[in-house]
Design a protein around this ligand. Sequence first.
Ligand SMILES: *Cc1c(COP(=O)(O)O)cnc(C)c1O
Length: 215
Amino acid sequence: MSLTEINSRLAQACADAGRAPGSVTLIAVSKMQPDARVVSVLNQGQRIFGENRVQEAAGKWPGFREQYDGIELHLIGPLQTNKARQAFGLFQSIHTLDRPKLAKTIARLAQETGHCPRLFIQVNTGQEPQKAGVMPEQADAFITECRVLDLPIEGLMCIPPTEEEPSLHFALLGKIAARNGLSGLSMGMSGDFESAVALGATHIRVGSAIFGARD
Ligand SMILES: *Cc1c(COP(=O)(O)O)cnc(C)c1O
């Protein structure tokens, strides 16, 4: 597949859902992809990318930023508090805020630096023990806690369990966001982004369908 094809499928999904064409942000997930593939997608005009590890992003994106203007990076993988400062310098958005300790660290860094990446709270909609994210029944309280800390919460993010129907999880995430007055929904990947768009996704995270399979 290719960037062009994903963009046209995204446009079609928006049309089918009666949504404006520009209402969904495509995040091209470049984790573990060879540089040549990333360069090719940059040369096709894509500027919004997702990485799941701070270290990997720190290794490859400063170089690309010297060559291409307007790059916007989203952190979509777990963030350790001791990497938060480094993440502040690299990412315009963090999709994986999921615990009070991290929220407090981010709030402190925001005070200190005078800026803050846009934030999504990750919700473990499948309640999977091995997966990151706040449990659905704790989401409301955690959102409130983040607001008390004055954090710029843009919305919620989820990664549905692989063996379950993703639309149930997208719908649940949308419900939690709506009752908390949050408009951002980071959901949908290569295999299910059309259904995420139908259920209100504002940010889809597509990797292999754009770049090809990862090693
Ligand atoms: C890797 C990853 C993606 C992209 O997955 P694809 O199936 O390659 O589209 C999306 N979201 C998260 C959190 C990821 O880690």
